[in-house]
Design a protein around this ligand. Structure first.
Ligand code: ADP
Ligand code: MG
Ligand code: MG
Length: 205
C-alpha cells in the first residue's frame, strides 16, 4: 500500500482504542511506581473521546481520523493528554488534502516530536514519550527513503518505538513526575513511551 487509506486509518484508530483499554492497568501500574498513578485513567478517557469523535464523524479521510484522535487527547487532563494531542495534530496537519505516503508520515512524525519537545522541553534520554517518538520518526523517515510502503514503514516505526520505550526502563527521569521520585523510577518503563509503541503497533495488528 503506497498511501494510507481511510479504512486503514479507521482500523488503526479502532485498534489503538482497543489496545489502550487492554493495557490500561499495565500503564497505570507504571505511573503508580514512578508518578501519580493516573496514567491509565487519563488514557482511557482520551480513548473514550476518540471513539466518540470517530462515531460522530465524519471520519472520512486519514486527516479527519487523526484530527479526531488529536482533539480527544487535547481535551484530556494530565501531562500526557495535551502533549499527545499536539503530537497527533501534526499527523492531521500533514494528512490534510494530500495522500499520506510513508514520506508524509515521516515528515509528520518528525514535526510532531519537535512540537512535543518544544512544549515539554524533554530530550531523548529524559525518560518520557519522546524516547519512543524520536526513534519512530527516524524509522519512518529512513523506511520512506528506502522506498518502503506505508505498512512497511509503520512496522519499522513500531519496532523502533518499542526499543525506545524499553530503553526508558534503565533511565532516571529528567522530566515529569517521574523526575520527582529519583531512583524509584529506575526499573520502570515510561508509560507515555510505551503508549507510543502501542499506537504504532495498532497500525498493523
Ligand atoms: P501527570 O504526570 O500529570 O499525571 P500523565 O500521567 O498523564 O501526567 O502522563 C505522564 C507521562 O507524560 C509520562 O509517562 C511521560 O511520557 C509524559 N511526560 C511527562 N512530562 C513530560 C515532558 N516534559 N515532555 C514529554 N513527555 C512528558
Ligand atoms: Mg500521572
Ligand atoms: Mg496526574
Amino acid at each position: 500500500m503506497t498511501t494510507l487509506t481511510t479504512e486503514h486509518a479507521r482500523a488503526w484508530a479502532d485498534r489503538f482504542v482497543a489496545v489502550g483499554k487492554d493495557r490500561d492497568s499495565e500503564l497505570t501500574e507504571l505511573d503508580r511506581k514512578a508518578g501519580d498513578g493516573d496514567y491509565g485513567t487519563n488514557l482511557r478517557s482520551a480513548l473514550r473521546r476518540v471513539a466518540a469523535n470517530l462515531e460522530a464523524g465524519p471520519a472520512d479521510s486519514p486527516h479527519a481520523v487523526f484530527l479526531a484522535i488529536s482533539e480527544a487527547f487535547l481535551n484530556t487532563g494530565g501531562t500526557s493528554g495535551p502533549l499527545f494531542g499536539m503530537w497527533f495534530r501534526e499527523f492531521a496537519k500533514a494528512a490534510k488534502d494530500k495522500p499520506v505516503t510513508a514520506t508524509v508520515l515521516g515528515e509528520a512524525a518528525t514535526n510532531a516530536v519537535a512540537v512535543v519537545q518544544r512544549l515539554g522541553k524533554a530530550e531523548v534520554g529524559h525518560k518520557t514519550m519522546v524516547d519512543a517518538m524520536a526513534p519512530a520518526a527516524e524509522a519512518l523517515t529512513a523506511a520512506a527513503a528506502r522506498g518502503a510502503d506505508v505498512a512497511g514503514a509503520l512496522a519499522e516505526a513500531a519496532k523502533a518505538a518499542h526499543i525506545g520505550a524499553a530503553s526508558t526502563e534503565k533511565l532516571l527521569a529528567k522530566r515529569g513526575r517521574a523526575s520527582y521520585v529519583g531512583e524509584h523510577a529506575r526499573g520502570v518503563i515510561d508509560p507515555g513511551a510505551l503508549t507510543v509503541a502501542y499506537f504504532f503497533d495498532a497500525a498493523s495488528h
